[in-house]
Design a protein around this ligand. Structure first.
Ligand code: HEM
Length: 448
């Protein structure tokens, strides 16, 4: 006990010294209420952790990787023997896996880390979608977040080509056919990505985008995203209360938990767990390199992108869906996500009060999962309109029925509860101050 007291006192003294000499409290993010010590409030921070790991592991890989299609990587010649005629990009990757100490572990964690970052960004996005965090005043946070998602997917797309395997070259070409058909942006993107039309031109552009341009864009957008987060504070829990106050005052902030060291340590704890899991998975299931682009024995290699683009590849397999239609559908989804805060104008954030958006979000999510699995099981297999209707029809119908019934049931019970409580002047429960009471809610409800 004596030791614990001494330890805590010493720790406080050391921390006090660091705070005083660095002025840290001034540049730390704002304090947060106690109820935010739950992983669901920090899904964005987990994406940042994943991004930081990608930057560190990517820089280490850069020490060995050579972005060239020429068979000039001599070290690879020694390591790979007969494979010495393969492109340097592939060969240097081969070298990392087989000759660099811990190279395979490093490369595998970079690859799985990319999957994890995209997955976590999806979780962060869907959490925000369902809990209505995009509502005022966080519209711009949402829009910048949507751009971050696009850049993150762009990082995945450009990184996929770098080992220069036959499978990644095939998939990149399909992706490019789609990208250059984008309305307005396509004609600009074409020459920008394809460069002089040679394999080397394409690889150089993808490399530049992956290691410099997109990380810079991601860093700049992230800065804006976090600055907006800092300015509004964390979004309150979802509620049916249309008068919910959605920002804390400075006075309230003073009573909250400081970001440094408490919240930072909380996030760091999760970051360490993340890295441990990544290393464990990479050690148990290390990534192996498929054959190189241009290998004559690889003529029959299937064209397959990474999992997060499988759904678009499946879409192109639908009979009658041309690349233009696939690009059109993707553009509509992107625009929907980007402008969602201006489409969903009601003031209630709880999903039960937003049946239309609940239906659209869930349908998109289920469609994404279904088509990803479908694309993985039957890549390149053409699908008839009948089969599409058979698979997707029940999904939409089930969602509509489920959300409709739930909404109808909830409306009935909510009205009854409001009627019962409005006479009592009860305060709405919940840790976040709303400044409103149930009668005020009932009144607002009558008006909106
Ligand atoms: C690379 C991708 C992204 C990164 C690194 C990122 C990072 C962050 C961070 C660190 C926060 C602070 C709170 C938290 O940790 O959750 C945050 C909040 C937020 N993000 Fe993201 N984000 C990303 C993508 C997105 C996407 C795709 C959207 C939505 C389209 C989005 C919308 C928001 C919103 C609305 C907030 C405020 C939420 C709140 O106050 O609780 N972000 N993000």
């Amino acid at each position: 006990m004596g030791f614990e007291r001494w330890f805590n006192r010493t720790l406080n003294q050391v921390w006090g010294f660091v705070e005083d000499r660095t002025g840290m409290p001034k540049w730390a993010l704002r304090p947060q209420p106690e109820f935010t010590f739950k992983p669901s409030y920090w899904t964005g921070a987990f994406v940042v952790n994943a991004f930081l790991y990608q930057v560190i592991s990517g820089l280490l890989l850069l020490l060995y990787y050579q972005p060239s299609v020429n068979p000039t990587y001599t070290a690879c010649g020694q390591a790979a023997g007969t494979l010495s005629s393969s492109p340097a990009a592939w060969c240097s990757t081969y070298y990392i896996i087989h000759s660099v100490p811990m190279g395979q572990l490093l490369l595998s964690t970079h690859l799985y880390g990319a999957y994890a970052m995209i997955f976590l960004a999806f979780v962060h996005f869907y959490r925000g979608y369902y809990l209505g965090v995009y509502k005022a005043p966080r519209e711009f946070s949402w829009m910048v977040g949507s751009l971050l998602m696009l850049v993150t997917l762009g990082m995945g797309f450009t990184g996929y080509l770098l080992p220069y395997t036959q499978i990644s070259l095939n998939a990149t070409n399909v992706g490019l056919v789609l990208a250059i058909r984008l309305p307005y942006a396509g004609p600009l993107l074409g020459p920008l990505i394809l460069s002089d039309g040679t394999g080397q031109g394409l690889l150089s552009r993808m490399f530049a985008a992956h290691v410099l341009l997109l990380p810079l864009a991601l860093g700049a957008l992230l800065y804006a995203h976090i600055a907006l987060f800092e300015s509004h504070g964390i979004a309150p829990p979802a509620t049916s209360d249309p008068l919910q106050r959605r920002r804390f005052t400075e006075e309230e902030d003073k009573k909250h938990v400081p970001f440094m060291p408490h919240i930072l340590f909380y996030i760091t704890k999760w970051a360490l767990l993340y890295i441990g899991l990544l290393l464990g998975l990479a050690a148990l299931w290390p990534w192996t390199l498929p054959t190189y682009a241009g290998d004559l024995s690889a003529a029959g290699v299937v064209t397959e992108p990474d999992w997060y683009f499988l759904w678009v590849f499946k879409l192109v397999d639908f009979e009658g869906v041309t690349p233009v239609i696939a690009v059109g559908v993707t553009t509509v989804i992107i625009l929907y996500v980007l402008f969602l805060p201006f489409l969903d104008r009601s003031k209630r954030t709880h999903p039960r009060d937003r049946p239309v958006f609940l239906f659209i979000g869930s349908s998109l999510l289920e469609m994404f999962v279904l088509m990803t699995v479908w694309g993985g099981l039957t890549p390149g297999v053409s699908i008839s309109p009948m089969l599409v209707a058979e698979r997707l029809g029940p999904l939409f119908a089930f969602n509509a029925l489920f959300v409709g019934l739930f909404y109808w049931r909830y409306q009935k019970s909510y009205r009854a509860r409001l009627a019962a409580q409005s006479g009592m002047g009860a305060q709405r429960p919940g840790a976040y101050p709303t400044g409103t009471s149930m009668p005020a809610v009932a009144e607002a409800r009558a008006h909106d």
